[in-house]
Design a protein around this ligand. Structure first.
Ligand SMILES: NC(=O)c1ccc[n+]([C@@H]2O[C@H](COP(=O)([O-])OP(=O)(O)OC[C@H]3O[C@@H](n4cnc5c(N)ncnc54)[C@H](OP(=O)(O)O)[C@@H]3O)[C@@H](O)[C@H]2O)c1
Length: 286
């Protein structure tokens, strides 16, 4: 397959370009092309359609997004353009030019009131501006094309870009103690595991909404403690409440994803988040 990755300079985009070809089965040779924001600004409808008129792909993975959740609260027009209009433009092009669209979304589309976790068929109810635009993006994709996979993931980390794991490790270089929120629960997800899952679904026609995270769940505080345990860092991690942390954007209290469709359609069981984290941290330090 010839596959385009939008947002190719981002955390997930970089891993998709780097790993998707190598993770795929030997019998499936894919050509992976990354597009930066400069090469393909997904918010511009005319330019996006012009781009796909010139270049032909079997699939497009939309890893482009406005992901600074707190900044989203005060920059709504720009956020809506990237997270909602962008996927709409790609969906229109998918329908017009016949490529599969793999659109990445988020656990934050849910309100986080259900401690049991969320299924693909549960009703979203976004509680912050970022989540409102991500949910609108999903709706546009469903409305404007047919060959789509919407993959909701959560608490993503990997080698590239900014993420919680890297922030914790950086803080541990200069501090003896830190405060981390202990009343939000979710499932950390290693980006390479997500890339592996995408490599499994992209060749199929099992379209629809998928949840994908590593299995198990934790609070941010438990996540931080595990990072320091694996890396043998001596640092005191104080649990604090969301209220005490006082971030501009509200966050879902529980945003655990049940990977129901991945199991049902692909018999895929994600490894536990602690196992994936250890793999990431040990592999990275070698
Ligand atoms: N990070 C998480 O914890 C998390 C959790 C759940 C879901 N997700 C979802 O996972 C996906 C990937 O997230 P990520 O962490 O890899 O994000 P990221 O590191 O912030 O990367 C976003 C990418 O989008 C690009 N971009 C922004 N505006 C664009 C535009 N108008 N046209 C084209 N490209 C544009 C950025 O380019 P520039 O660098 O040039 O701005 C960057 O390459 C997103 O859909 C996100 O919503 C992330």
């Amino acid at each position: 397959m010839k596959i385009l990755v939008t947002g190719s300079t981002g955390q997930l985009g970089t891993d998709l370009v780097r790993c998707l070809g190598t993770l795929s089965l030997a019998s499936e040779s894919h050509e992976i092309i990354g597009a930066t924001r400069k090469e393909l600004d997904i918010t511009n409808n005319e330019k996006a359609l012009e781009y796909f008129k010139k270049h032909s792909y079997d699939a497009v993975i939309n890893a482009a997004a406005y992901t600074n959740v707190d900044k989203c609260e005060t920059d709504f027009d720009n956020v809506f353009l990237v997270n909602a209009i962008g996927p709409r433009n790609l969906a229109i092009a998918s329908y017009k030019y016949g490529f599969k669209l793999i659109h990445i979304s988020t656990d934050y589309v849910f309100d986080g009131k259900n401690p049991e976790g969320y299924y693909e068929f549960d009703q979203p109810n976004p509680i912050n501006k970022y989540a409102i635009t991500k949910f609108a993006g999903e709706e546009y994709v469903k409305r404007h094309c047919t060959q789509y996979f919407i993959i909701r993931t959560s608490w993503l980390y990997g080698k590239h870009g900014k993420n919680f794991v890297k922030t914790m490790l950086t803080l541990s270089e200069s501090r003896d103690e830190i405060k981390v929120v202990n009343d939000q629960t979710g499932s950390p997800t290693f980006s390479e595991d997500l890339v592996d899952f995408i490599s499994r679904i992209i060749t199929t026609e099992k379209y629809g909404i998928y949840h994908f995270s590593n299995s198990g769940s934790c609070t941010w505080h438990e996540f931080a403690k595990e990072i320091f345990k694996i890396t043998n860092k001596v640092i005191t991690v104080h649990p604090i409440s969301t209220e005490e942390f006082n971030a501009p954007a509200p966050r879902p209290q529980y945003s655990i994803l049940n990977n129901y469709m991945a199991k049902l359609e692909f018999n895929h069981e994600s490894r536990h988040w602690k196992e994936a984290l250890e793999y990431f941290l040990i592999k990275n330090t070698n």
